[in-house]
Design a binder for this molecule. Structure first.
Ligand SMILES: [Zn+2]
Length: 79
């Protein structure tokens, strides 16, 4: 299974609005990144729990896919 924490999300610098990519893991651990626009520190905060929700949705989607794949084992294919 792929690592959700390695998926990247786009964040915008609150000071200069320069956008950059960070990983979901970085947001979760509230990492500090340097803005490539103004060189300021950006404290990553997941105020609305957005990444948590996204990861829950993704996990659910993967589970559903697994269920579907498991279900396919019961289908008889006639040639
Ligand atoms: Zn900036």
């Amino acid at each position: 299974m792929f690592d959700l924490g390695k998926q990247s999300v786009t964040v915008e610098c609150p000071a200069c609005h320069f956008t950059g990519q960070v990983t979901i893991k970085q947001v979760q651990i509230r990492d500090v990144v340097i803005c490539r626009g103004c060189k300021g520190n950006i404290q990553l905060e997941d105020h609305l729990g957005t990444t948590e929700k996204a990861m829950r949705d993704l996990r659910r989607a993967i589970r559903q896919l697994q269920d579907q794949l498991a279900g396919m084992g019961r289908i008889t294919i006639r040639l």
